[in-house]
Design a protein around this ligand. Structure first.
Ligand code: PAF
Length: 282
């Protein structure tokens, strides 16, 4: 596996592969890789001849009071894991390379509509930071495909919308969430949880599963299902941030006519904010 931190070196390798007629799939990450990330790489390997993974903890998507400084950085272990599963190139740019003029002077990409509410409401500026860095990384890697986890469902819709709106010639591929045996969605932030807390955290998936079952049984009293779920989270040690049933594409609140739904949830366990979702086809 090649490891490259300079944009120039990345571009010259991409150019060489393109001259050989090879296709490229890209997996952007912030590192601290787990099986969820590795499943994105496996998908990428099935899609294209060459797989590029980026590791960049993007300051632009963190709020002032969020965990940018303490975000887990495990570069050596990440590189070993990526090499072991056959990644072709890992790109590890510095903050200065990505934002040479600083964050304030940086042009940005803002995706209206799907960025609003849910995590976008709770974390102002988050999706602007995500859309901007992903656009920059897309322009550097110029892949045919890019893989994103469905665990960050709103992020996936933001990227899909952005690519469509800006006519970016990259196919966005969503990859199903990887879960622990308990149902807890794999996430880099699970590293902040003790074993006991991980046991409590699985309640989020249970609440989503119960809500999905209720919807599947034909109950369309969305407000009541959301309320019941929030109460059950509270009773089981989680503080709900949002629990919402939405149209799976627009992320607008579900209507009685919608067939493709997504249940989006975020909850706090102490200071750790957990997110998860389930898609439901009626
Ligand atoms: O999902 C993530 O890890 C990040 O939001 C991403 C897409 C790598 C952008 O920094």
């Amino acid at each position: 596996m090649q490891s490259v931190s300079e944009i120039k070196s990345l571009r010259s390798q991409i150019k060489a592969w393109r001259q050989q007629g090879l296709s490229i799939a890209f997996v952007p990450t912030m590192g601290n890789l787990h099986n969820g990330h590795f499943s994105l790489v496996e998908k990428a390997k099935n899609l294209a001849d060459k797989v590029v993974v980026s590791i960049f903890v993007n300051p632009m998507q963190f709020g002032a009071t969020e965990d940018l400084d303490s975000y887990p950085r495990t570069l050596d272990a990440d590189k070993k894991g990526l090499a072991d599963i056959g990644t072709d190139l890992v790109f590890t740019p510095t903050v200065e390379a990505i934002y040479p003029n600083g964050l304030e002077a940086q042009s940005y990409v803002d995706v209206p509509g799907v960025s609003m509410g849910y995590c976008g409401g709770a974390r102002p500026g988050h999706f602007k930071g995500v859309a901007t860095v992903v656009t920059k990384l897309f322009n550097m890697v110029q892949p045919d495909f890019a893989c994103f986890g469905e665990k960050d469902y709103q992020q996936l819709q933001v990227i899909k919308t952005m690519v469509k709106d800006l006519s970016i010639p990259i196919e966005i591929v969503g990859v199903p969430t990887q879960r622990e045996v308990s149902g807890l969605a794999m996430s880099s932030r699970n590293g902040y949880l003790s074993d006991n807390e991980k046991d409590t955290a699985k309640v989020l998936f249970q609440a989503l599963s119960n809500a999905a079952k209720t919807l599947g049984s034909g109950n369309k009293d969305f407000a009541n299902i959301e309320q019941q779920a929030k109460e059950s989270l509270l009773q089981n040690g989680l503080t709900p941030d949002y629990f919402a049933i939405a149209n799976a594409i627009t992320l607008k609140p579900a209507t009685l006519e919608d067939q493709q739904l997504v249940i989006l949830a975020a909850a706090f366990l102490g200071k750790v904010r957990l997110i998860d979702n389930l898609q439901v086809s009626l």
